[in-house]
Design a protein around this ligand. Structure first.
Ligand code: CA
Ligand code: CA
Length: 208
């Protein structure tokens, strides 16, 4: 005499349950292993990203180091009465305040005197959003980064060099002879996972 339909159905269900109990740990182990494999990769990528940002700060700092301390100026965005945004006049940076633009005259290479009569050039370091990207918390230009921009070195209207790209911000804080440079950025690592880092470094101007 064969087993009843109920017995067969019960046995089938038991098999499925046993199989499921066996499979679940395998899936869990798989996920955990996946995370563990990604973690070291992410850590290495993060360390490399921080090293890159530190090098960016060093590069910007090299441009500031020969600046005349007395020539340091900045300006900031102001909202006018009619609601439009404009840049203020240049002014002496307030100690401890962060600015995205820094203007300075640079002591010519090899000039060590205090007379200051040697020809100097005026430069501006500035953080500017990428073309097509505005500060709105959205990735306007579709490159995977939000509100990203560049650090430019300008002399008058002329772009001398682009010192950094793909940054979220670059800010300058002046305190007497010290200029601190803060940069922050993010980089897509893999789907849905971003590296995020910031570096701040203080440079002491040469007392020329
Ligand atoms: Ca973007
Ligand atoms: Ca944007």
């Amino acid at each position: 005499m064969g087993r009843s339909l109920g017995e067969e159905a019960g046995f089938g269900l038991l098999q499925i349950l046993i199989a499921a109990i066996a499979i679940v740990p395998i899936i869990v182990v798989g996920i955990v292993r996946g995370l563990h494999e990604r973690e070291p990769r992410a850590k290495v990528a993060q360390a490399e990203f921080e090293t890159r940002l530190a090098a960016v700060v060093d590069g910007i700092g090299q441009q500031v180091l020969p600046a005349r301390q007395s020539s340091l100026r900045t300006r900031k965005r102001v909202i006018k009465e009619d609601g439009t945004v404009a840049m203020s006049d240049w002014f002496t940076p307030v100690p401890g305040e962060a600015y995205s633009e820094l203007r300075f005259s640079r002591v010519p290479f090899g000039h060590t005197g205090r007379s200051g009569h040697a020809a100097t050039k005026t430069y501006v370091l500035r953080f500017a959003f990428d073309e097509g990207e505005t500060e709105n918390g959205c990735d306007d230009d579709g490159d995977g980064l939000i509100d990203e921009g560049v650090v430019e070195l300008r002399s008058g209207e002329r772009l001398v060099a682009t010192l950094a790209t793909r940054l979220r911000t670059c800010q300058f804080v002046v305190d007497d002879w010290k200029v601190s440079i803060f940069v922050e950025g993010e980089e897509p690592l893999e789907r849905g996972y971003y590296l995020d880092a910031h570096v701040i470094k203080t440079f002491t101007l040469k007392r020329l």
